[in-house]
Design a binder for this molecule. Structure first.
Ligand code: SF4
Length: 365
């Protein structure tokens, strides 16, 4: 399905295709220059080929599986690869890939500023985005028109506003969390207008009364894989009421309302209005404040910290988050997964036990 869709985007619309590693990059620029972005989160499931074994086993599975995928020649439909400098592991992959083969095409890079907004990071980001525009212009052979960038910014701001509304009112949607996340995650590879159409359809299902019953949980982590985590939690009597996945909630910019007329400045504003994220080295105290706010505003009764195994940026924040939630007497469960096809029986049992404990207002594991 995904391959057919990509082929059609190239054939019918003449779009270039960029395969991007996670997480943050200025998608508005790609849209404005008619580039379909397809994100590579692993991919999940069995590793095809033996290339993953060429990186140490203590490197996260997102990177090891991406290496196996690309070095196995499976990225051939792409016109370029994009490496945002998310973490040391992705930067390492970008350096090693030429030696391991499987990709000889163009490579784009985006190095986002780390830490909080300040005068120097604003100047840096403007230059970095200008450099990114130049890379994409070279790839496409097109010049970025300000009017096209304005339309792309508007479109992505509308998508974010709709996603925010859906996540805020998700209790009122009569749909399993696994189905809801499947729709949200299609934004990782659909053309933004197609994604918008699906989100509008999803938003039309918001009713005026809550449709969910059970133990309300907040989930935080990098990416919701394996996706059956939602079914395990739901079957145990829980539902998700707040999201802090880097793949989902942390990429929704809240600056949708009043954006500057200058489209490049609007891209900058949208970037700095993203929620805190470990991979952008957001201030930890600020991130903890943000998480406790998200938790209490949405009436969550427990927090599941769902990390990708060996994800260092995310791991650095865990101790402080656990400490703060423990001080609030809020139940917290920390779990790690490896982009496997499905959750292990042992992990499912831990999640079920946590739901039961959270239903009684129990303590953290
Ligand atoms: S899971 Fe963590 S370590 Fe792995 S690529 Fe993503 S941010 Fe980097």
């Amino acid at each position: 399905m995904r391959k057919e869709y990509i082929d059609r985007q190239k054939r019918e619309f003449g779009r270039k295709v960029v395969i991007s590693l996670p997480i943050h990059y200025p998608k508005e620029i790609l849209t404005a220059l008619d580039v379909l972005c397809v994100e590579l989160w692993g991919p999940p499931g069995e590793i095809s080929g033996n290339q993953a074994g060429r990186i140490q086993t203590y490197v996260c599975p997102v990177v090891r599986k991406a290496l196996a995928f690309i070095a196995g020649g499976h990225a051939s439909e792409a016109d370029a690869l994009l490496f945002p400098h998310t973490c040391d592991s992705i930067q390492g992959l970008a350096s090693l890939l030429p030696d391991f083969g499987g990709w000889n095409g163009p490579v784009l890079r985006f190095i986002h500023p780390k830490g909080e907004r300040r005068a120097s990071s604003e100047v840096y980001l403007v230059r970095e985005i200008e450099a990114f525009i130049a890379q994409v212009e070279t790839l496409t052979g097109k010049k970025l028109e300000p009017a096209r960038l304005s339309s792309a910014v508007k479109l992505h701001a509308e998508i974010d506003a709709l996603k925010l509304r859906i996540l805020k009112l998700r209790r009122n949607i009569d749909m399993r969390d696994s189905e809801l996340y499947a729709i949200l995650r299609r934004g990782e590879w659909l053309w933004p207008e197609d994604h918008m159409a699906e989100l509008k359809e999803l938003a039309s299902k918001i009713s005026d009364k809550p449709q969910k019953k059970g133990v309300a949980l907040m989930l935080s982590g990098i990416v919701p894989e394996p996706m059956d985590i939602f079914d395990v939690l739901e079957n145990a009597g829980a539902f998700i009421v707040a999201d802090d996945y880097a793949a989902i909630g942390r990429r929704i910019s809240s600056s949708s309302a009043e954006l500057p007329d200058n489209p490049l400045q609007a891209v900058i504003e949208r970037y700095f209005a993203l929620p805190p994220c470990s991979t952008r080295s957001s201030d930890l105290a600020g991130r903890v404040e943000y998480l406790t706010g998200l938790y209490s505003q949405n009436g969550a009764a427990g927090l599941v910290l769902h990390n990708v195994k060996f994800c260092e940026p995310e791991m650095f924040d865990v101790a402080m988050i656990k400490k703060r939630f423990a001080a609030m007497n809020s139940p917290v469960l920390y779990v790690e997964t490896e982009l496997e096809k499905q959750l292990s029986g042992q992990l499912s049992t831990r999640l079920e036990a946590f739901v039961e404990m959270a239903s009684k207002g129990g303590e953290s594991e």
